[in-house]
Design a protein around this ligand. Sequence first.
Ligand code: NAD
Length: 479
Amino acid sequence: MGSVKKEMAVFDSEAASEMMKELRVAFGSGKTRSYEWRLSQLKSLLKMAEDREQDIVQALRSDLSKPELESSIYEVSMLKGACTLAIKKLKTLDDAGKAEIVPEPLGVVLVISPWNYPLLLSLDPIIGAIAAGNAVVLKPSEIAPATSSLLAKLVGEYMDNSLIRVVEGAVAETTALLEQKWDKICYTGNGRTGRIVMAAAAKHLTPVLLELGGKCPAVVDLSINLQVATRRIIAGKWACNNGQTCVAVDYILTTKDYAPKLVDSLKHELESFYGKNPLESKDLSRIVNSNHFARLTKLLDEDKVSGKIIHGGERDKANLKIAPTILLDVPRDSLIMNEEIFGPLLPIFTVDKIEDSFDVINSGTKPLAAYLFTNNKRLKEQFVTTISAGGMIVNDTVIHLAVDTLPFGGVQESGMGSYHGKFSFDAFTHKKAVLYRGFAGDAPVRYPPYTKGKLTLMKALMSGSIFGVICALIGWSKN
Ligand code: NAD
């Protein structure tokens, strides 16, 4: 249960530097640039996901007691979808830049992933990196050890290891990797480590893609289809890895008058989904380890918060389970309202008027996702124009990240840069500006010796004034 310490060979700075040398040579051979190599690697990745779905489901069950449906849909199927799209679009992505913008791979890139969707968040960025023609090192999270070692094994078996590697390990190994000069670092995880990654990258002027988290609000207006809204909120909270999801609903904002109706609906639907004893439900992931269990119970046990639980609150320390828990009117200065919850606790914060919710959201850091449930057109517009967030959905939760025409990423403290679909290719590509010229049309006007006439003509050309050009050519000046 929880994180397991494993015996493995030490991966230190020397090993990291040796590995970098090998990868640079392999990348320098130009192999990753060929269409055939990129296609074959993407096909191998797809095959890996197809052949080994049951191993993956098993590893995720071991790491998180993740229900098979969630593993199959939110990890394996999403990975297969992203891979299939990259394969289908690979030619068009290449052709996009033939004329003036030539896409080129960045080089050797590092992908550091977290434990909550340990398969998808490791391999999804890699699809973009391969499609763009980069060499890749993946460092999966040590907090999901079964998935980490499965990834190391499968990537070893299915991919071209002269260019695509997995380094397993925790802080020491990641630190050794971060000392190297990478051409891009893609990090998914919390903002505290994000700052460490960015500081290490800054030493080499390495660009970063930071996929971070934060508190994602859901604003619930009245006059909506309450049952559908409630089910979608539950789907975006407890049915996503029991709240351990970066875009899970972190807290709800609604009016004082509407809160009792919403609470009744949430209780009713929760019971219909997870039964009277949710701690025994097979459809809820467990908390990943005892540290996170302790962190979450600390949020619940704070003096000013513990009396605000109106549903759930049960916990099973031995099995690392916490029941879906709803809290009403927690104080704004409580811990639970000031840090990302990342678990099955859902505070409802009430306001006098629904529009006041926007001030509450804007008083915090910019969320990775923000949700609004309403039928009011004006409120929708106000929400989209006044709230800054990585992404937003009106009348649903979470599913925007499955729309491959939308970039997925945060803003300010919720992240930097984005990926998914074509944006994954862009994230790992340099857009090189190329201009082709012939030798004709070599105008003397740009060369010395400079004259007043040349200056007037150049100014007219730059300002696009035909009249000015004619005047300059005939030597007529207004002065
Ligand atoms: P984590 O603890 O697994 O850490 C992420 C990675 O950072 C791991 O590979 C880990 O080995 C490495 N790491 C940890 N400490 C380090 C250090 N001191 N130096 C170098 N590397 C270090 O995962 P986490 O941070 O607990 O993940 C949860 C967070 O990630 C939440 O904030 C969540 O919102 C965010 N998240 C964001 C997204 C997204 O797509 N934006 C997706 C999932 C999770």
